[in-house]
Design a protein around this ligand. Sequence first.
Ligand code: ARG
Length: 566
Amino acid sequence: MKEKVIQILKKAFKKLDVNIEEETISKYLETPKNPEMGDFAFPCFFLTQYMKAIPHEISLNLREKIGNPPKGLEDIQVSGPYVNFFLDKKLMSLEVLTEINKQKDNFGKLKSNKKNIMIEFPSPNTNKPLHLGHLRNMAIGESVSRIAEFNGYKVIRANLNNDRGIHICKSMAAYQRYGNNKTPEKEKKKSDHFVGDFYVLFSKNVREGSKLDLDSHHLLQKYEEGDKETLKLWEKMNNWALEGFEETYKKFGIKHDKVYFESKIFQKGKDIVKQGLKDEIFKQKKDKSIYINLGKKLGEKILLRSDGTSVYITQDIYLAELRFNQFKLDKSIYVVGNEQEYHFEVLIEILKKLGLKNPERLKHLSYGMVNLPEGKMKSREGTVVDADDIIDKIQDMAKKELTKRAKLSKKDLESRSLKICLAAIKYILLKIDAKKNMLFNPKESINFEGDTGPYIQYTYARASSILKKSKKNPKLVIYDLTPKESLLLKKLSEFPSLVQKAYEQLNPSLIANYSYQLAQTFNEFYHACPVIGSKEEGFRLRLIEGFRQVLKNSLYLIGIDVLEVM
Ligand code: ARG
């Protein structure tokens, strides 16, 4: 419908001999909060740079050139400097509800554009388990993937395991010292936590220059030389970490199409750096380390250490291009915390110098820190907020809430509580703009009433139960809609354009907040309009059906499953 209004305005501008792009019209066209201002409002202030008149004259002029409202519009009015468009409610309701019913789970989805996108997340280091920050990362990564798919892209979900380097060698050194051949099986511990415990042991006991410290550096050297014993220990501990991650991914509902390992690519990265030195793109210091000077803003960046070992960015220099070649990517998105903004700026600059074509295809989707109310996440002392612990804790809260309400079999309780727990976590993590740092309050997130995932799920279940209870069939009839019905319909019709906006901005928070507003709009409708036994029952059931479908699609885009009963 927005498209139609844009076309109407475009025609009017043409008649006025004013040249304005569709995009500009679309940018200024508003959806007013106040229904008296219509369904769309077009402010004319900005037009004074194109036309010699005051805004109010321009709005009158535009209105005159539009003429009678075309089909689909009930009325077009001028209010001061605004032109307000009122959609034909009856027609609109028919159209939206018919569309939803026809497309079901695909409502809001564009057809394939035959373009590939790679989205990389959460790319952990393999020396310790996933933490709360990774949950935000995974929630964003999966949501953006689904939003891209809804916009017609083929998405390759990728993961990079940073499985080599000094951080792993620290866990390894501690295991050599304190491990006594223990295993996760023997200790009955989730395997990535088992590895993380040794990293913590290392941090607690290390002093600069101590034997433990030296051991970790020796291990790194021996690893890069290919020493058999070292590689064996490395592989054993890495597999423990990776196995543990997989379990968490599965529980959180993510799956990768392509997995990279730093250990398998860093040598190639080193080769590129050495070649770049020969080609005089990079320079060498007296101590033999290789670096690039990126000028005032970004400064100097080491690419290979003086002892020849590679640094974090070495692998990325190779991997960035590898993925473009492997998958013919239109875009390559890295979901990584904002503490690495410098890293990605430097990476893109280096790739430009190395001749990568269209470096703007590479995008760092940056997000802020997550803290618990108790205080900052700390990693070294081992008091880091663990992802698995958070999930377990919130799932327990969900179980408590569920057992208060009904008697459930163990299996039902398990699966339902997990869905609710994940809805709680994902919703809170996504509703806040990714760029911002945020506070995560587990207790608030699980509240069944309020701005939470479970509240939205609950509203869905409520709609389902109304449909089940009614003995009538949903029916599409036209009659004069009440204001709450119109509002709900309007909200439903906003979904497709919102999905596109969410992709353009790579912004799942738009979808999260929309889901909440949609649930609220439904609850207001339901409060004001009786359904079962009313004479509008058939139509209202149809409206509820439409609501249920759009809410389901919207929640899907933020990775949340619906529940028929709660
Ligand atoms: N493993 C890194 C970390 O935990 C993040 C890797 C991000 N991806 C990349 N291609 N550099 O900080």
